[in-house]
Ligand binder design. Structure first.
Ligand code: SAM
Length: 333
């Protein structure tokens, strides 16, 4: 019989998250192996529980037993250990995203309540794990991020404009802003003030070369003018009225000919859209997955032209592109 759900994957996620949160993973990170007793002392934990967890981690191939005790395997290291600040993240790293998935699924347990009431229940803000949330974004697939950068620059070049200054709106820790900066673009990152310390840690030396601005993009954007505004995974957080207002604000912040680039799931184009919409039910008050016609409407009303919606080849979402109309020579004379 084939089952609908692979329960083993759920167990695997919960064991790995428990091992990260309790400190077991970090206790095994050193070069010398640690006995079960030493690990239990390191994490101030129960010896029997630690033994069971260590065996479970071995069965998942992230830990191994060698003379002298337990240690992480190479697989465990690349997937679970954070590199030092500023160092590039290995493509396989999924430490923050595992933590984020577990928090997310806690929210999904509220779905029966949400179905009845139409909104998530009051939650303790202390339950939020800001660090793993914003770092999860940086753990995205590098080729997928590169495809987005290439597509934005190619679209801008088609309009004849070089991208000298860009803004990453809701840019989290700066993983995309950094990619643009590596291409010689002067990058500004806007996110909530409490996210910026995480961005500084993630960016290391790059934090000196990227302008980090704390603020609320529902109220204002840093003064431009920018040649490119990138908005990745932002529009699904808010409802249509806020998205329309944000699009108009972006239009104001762009130079004539400047480009807006929105990366998100688009209904009927992304196979992930229906389940992602469920995630927005639990994570937001008014967010969702929007249709191509919604994006086109917001961009057209704001004054953008040459609107295109691309299906990205390396990720299951779309890139919505538009251009602020250039000022025509002689206009207004
Ligand atoms: C889903 S993450 C997307 C991160 C990144 N753009 C990406 O695509 O990987 C949303 C980001 O927007 C930020 N954000 C959400 N609402 C915001 C607001 N009103 N003002 C500023 N930043 C906001 C969050 O703090 C978070 O870093």
């Amino acid at each position: 019989m084939t089952s609908l759900v692979d329960h083993h994957q759920v167990e695997k996620l919960l064991v790995l998250v428990a091992a990260i949160r309790s400190g077991l993973v970090d206790a095994l990170a050193g070069d010398s192996p640690r006995s079960a007793e030493e690990v239990a002392a390191d994490v101030e934990g129960d010896l029997r529980a630690c033994r069971v967890m260590l065996e479970a981690l071995m069965s998942l191939d992230v830990a191994e037993k060698v003379p002298g005790g337990y240690r992480l395997t190479a697989l465990g290291r690349t997937h679970l250990l954070e590199p030092p600040p500023g160092a590039p993240l290995p493509a396989e790293l999924e430490r923050a995203s595992l933590l984020h998935q577990e928090r997310k699924f806690r929210g999904w347990l509220d779905l029966p309540y949400i179905i009845r009431h139409g909104r998530p229940p009051e939650r303790d803000p202390g339950e939020r794990d800001l660090r793993s949330f914003v770092r999860t974004m940086a753990e995205g697939d590098p080729p997928a991020m590169d495809e987005v950068v290439e597509s934005c620059l190619a679209y801008a070049a088609l309009g004849g404009g070089a991208v000298r200054r860009m803004i990453d709106v809701g840019g989290a820790v700066g993983h995309m802003a950094r990619r643009f900066a590596e291409r010689g673009v002067e990058a500004t990152l806007l996110d909530r003030p409490e996210v910026l310390p995480e961005a500084r840690i993630y960016l290391g030396d790059w934090a000196q070369r990227i302008r980090l601005v704390g603020g609320d993009f529902r109220e204002s954007l840093p003064p431009g003018p920018f040649d490119l505004a990138y908005l990745g995974n932002i529009y699904h957080i808010y409802g249509p009225a806020r998205n329309a207002a944000l699009t108009a604000r972006v239009h104001d912040a762009l130079a004539p000919g400047g480009v807006i680039a929105i990366r998100d799931y688009v209904w009927e184009r992304s196979p992930r859209a229906p389940l992602f919409a469920v995630n927005m039910l639990q994570a937001t008050e008014e967010g969702g997955v929007w249709r191509e016609a919604d994006y086109r409407g917001w961009l057209e009303s704001a004054g953008f032209a040459d609107i295109e919606v691309l299906d990205l080849a390396k990720s299951p979402n779309q890139l919505v592109l538009g251009r602020k109309k250039p000022v025509l020579a002689g206009k207004g004379t």
